[in-house]
Design a protein around this ligand. Structure first.
Ligand code: NAD
Ligand code: MG
Length: 326
């Protein structure tokens, strides 16, 4: 039998460990004999229990608990040494991205609201368990100074910044559409979703070198606005527009700008901001017949952060369960 060279042996051991980890952790669904996983049944697709929570919502109070990839995401060293900042990284999509980035080898700073301390602590633990550095930054992104501080602290702690994920967002449904949409809410939605993106991006740019990436979180609402989410949908259309203009502006500096547009995803944003009866049917109207889980968003954020997407800029990638954008 031919002897293995040391290199072959190391690679094989790494691969075996990855496969073993994936098999042990793949508890939610199992591929069939052909290796295919049915996307309709990968996660439970029945209606949710009607439920509500106070804003901003907490992971522990959700039934069922969202899947952020804790048991399933396997890193492949695709972001070794990268320094990243994710806004709203305590929960939901942001937490799934934090887990994936950390397991790919990146250091992860993230922001959250002070009342989300419990979720933030769990995210810190998950990042550190992956062997990466975590920096948790509590505060309100509606404040320009806080946005500037966040960038300064991440840059100081990690000695630079490669990836900015503008993910934090506010929404609140108004049952009567514009009749019960007040200026205070309109202001809050735009400050959190649009102004913060502007302030953070502006503060981050002086620290970003060619190869850096900015990833915004849009929504299918940016394309198909609901009458009960007038302000929110408008911010997501604005985020799409800024993704296009910033990609044009920053391409010549070697910085790529893209966005991810999720469809209905099971996160703590939903129970506090929608009527309980809407929560029951959340995601049922998608072609795949179910809500998405935060874990199902992570791979797209990894792709857009890495060199593998070196020619993708100015794109909005939908992760919608089959609903079309545009
Ligand atoms: P989430 O509640 O888990 O995350 C949103 C986070 O935004 C919160 O954790 C909070 O930390 C942060 N945030 C909100 N207001 C803030 C403020 N003023 N200052 C600082 N931080 C603030 O919910 P999620 O669904 O993961 O949301 C992440 C992004 O995904 C948002 O931009 C949301 O609009 C977008 N999105 C979500 C869905 C969905 O169905 N869940 C669909 C489309 C788009
Ligand atoms: Mg949260």
């Amino acid at each position: 039998m031919a002897e293995e060279t040391p290199n072959e042996k190391t690679e094989k051991t790494d691969l075996d460990e990855d496969i073993a980890m994936a098999l042990v952790n793949h508890v939610i669904s199992t591929p069939d004999d052909s290796g295919e996983t049915d996307p309709r049944t990968k996660y439970p697709s029945e209606e949710f229990e009607p439920q509500t929570q106070d804003y901003p919502g907490w992971t522990e109070a959700m039934n069922p608990r969202p899947d952020h990839g804790e048991q399933s995401y396997v890193g492949h060293h695709r972001m070794m040494g990268m320094r990243t900042l994710i806004t709203g990284g305590d929960s939901g999509i942001g937490r799934a991205v934090a887990i994936a980035y950390a397991r790919e080898g990146a250091d992860v700073a993230f922001t959250y609201l002070p009342e989300e301390e419990q979720d933030a602590e769990q995210t810190v633990q998950l990042i550190e368990d992956a062997g990466s550095r975590a920096l948790a930054l509590p505060g309100d992104l509606q404040d320009e100074e806080f946005c500037q501080e966040v960038i300064a602290q991440a840059v100081a702690e990690f000695d630079g910044l490669n990836v900015l994920v503008n993910n934090a967002g506010f929404q609140m449904t108004t049952s009567e559409g514009i009749e019960d949409l007040n200026s205070e809410q309109f202001d809050r939605t735009f400050k959190t979703n649009v102004y913060a993106l502007f302030w953070l991006t502006k503060a981050a740019l002086p620290h970003m070198k060619p190869g850096a990436a900015i990833i915004n979180t849009s929504s299918i609402q940016g394309y198909h606005p609901s009458p009960s989410l007038i302000d929110y949908a408008a911010t997501k259309a604005a985020i799409n527009s800024m993704t296009f203009s910033l990609a044009e502006a920053l391409g010549p500096k070697g910085i790529r700008v893209n966005a991810v547009a999720p469809g209905p995803v099971w996160t703590p944003l939903q129970p506090p901001t929608q009527p309980a009866e809407k929560i029951e049917k959340f995601g049922q109207d998608t072609p795949l017949g179910r809500a998405g889980q935060p874990a199902e968003l992570a791979a797209t954020y990894v792709l857009l952060a890495t060199e593998e997407s070196s020619y993708i800029s100015g794109s909005v990638i939908g992760v919608t369960g089959g609903k079309h954008l545009a």
